[in-house]
Ligand binder design. Structure first.
Ligand code: 4F9
Length: 254
């Protein structure tokens, strides 16, 4: 449990986008002061009179590249207000895939600088001087890194002590055990022909836990066999998975 209040600084051309974090669980956490979120407008670190932040790529080709100097100055400004040794992460499709275990690791840090870009990305020299590493939230291209940065901030906030209500727990989130979540049901017990799996109404906590684990394994096997390959199974899980594979072989993946 971290006693220090983490400070995250987000560098972007559209700081207003981050206002969306003032809703729901992240909104409450920010209100409660569980973390400090600072916004640094890249434009404020560009040079008058034109305040340009991008330029044409050397070697030609379409699109624009974010210039070295404004981003370098913005990162220096972020470093000046954050704890020493706060890592600088650039959100980019070229980054390593973001995972829940990475989120948990980042949530333990006292400070974090998130650099976001638009256009074709950053002048590569920033990687030699200012950016520690890159993270991707998926194999797709967005209009900018703000939404990925907001996704990362939201995921980090969920890990902070006190961010989730008593009835929720970060440990119960999907991926926390390396598997996808099981199916959930609530009232009414009957919707036309559709009932609720009997075991969930049985009150037998052990049987319910076993059913949920099997559901998780089934869903993960069906849609994310890559996660199954990475998961280290105990005997019980392996037996459940063997039964799932026997009744429903997954020819498509393997
Ligand atoms: C960043 C996409 C992280 C996926 C940044 C355009 C991005 C992205 N994950 N796309 N700028």
């Amino acid at each position: 449990m971290s006693l220090i209040k983490p400070h995250i600084a987000a560098i972007s051309l559209f700081p207003d986008m981050f206002n969306a974090l003032h809703a729901g669980i992240p909104g409450r956490a920010l209100e409660q002061g569980l973390l400090t979120l600072s916004h640094i407008n890249l434009r404020d670190h560009a040079t008058p009179p034109h305040y340009r932040v991008d330029d044409r790529p050397y070697g030609g080709g379409p699109g624009m590249v974010m210039s070295y100097e404004p981003m370098a100055k913005a990162i220096d400004a972020a470093k000046a207000i954050l704890p020493k040794n706060s890592p600088v992460i650039h959100l980019s499709p070229q980054g390593a895939p973001l995972t829940q275990s990475k989120v948990i690791e980042l949530a333990k840090l006292p400070g974090l600088i998130l650099a976001t870009s638009r256009y074709e990305g950053l002048d590569a020299r920033l990687h030699e001087t200012h950016i520690d590493y890159e993270l991707s939230v998926g194999d797709f291209v967005l209009s900018g890194g703000e939404l990925p940065a907001m996704s990362l901030i939201d995921a980090i906030i969920r890990c902070l002590p006190g961010a989730l209500g008593d009835s929720q727990s970060a440990e119960e989130d999907s991926f926390s055990n390396g598997l996808l979540d099981y199916s959930h049901y609530t009232r009414p017990a009957q919707i036309g022909d559709l009932g609720v799996p009997k075991v969930l109404l049985s009150g037998d906590h052990e049987a319910i836990a076993q059913w949920r684990l099997k559901e998780s394994l089934k869903k993960t096997w069906q849609t994310r066999p890559d996660l199954i390959k990475r998961h280290s199974f105990n005997q019980n899980e392996q037996a459940l998975l063997d039964a799932i594979i026997q009744t429903k072989p997954n020819d498509f993946h393997q």
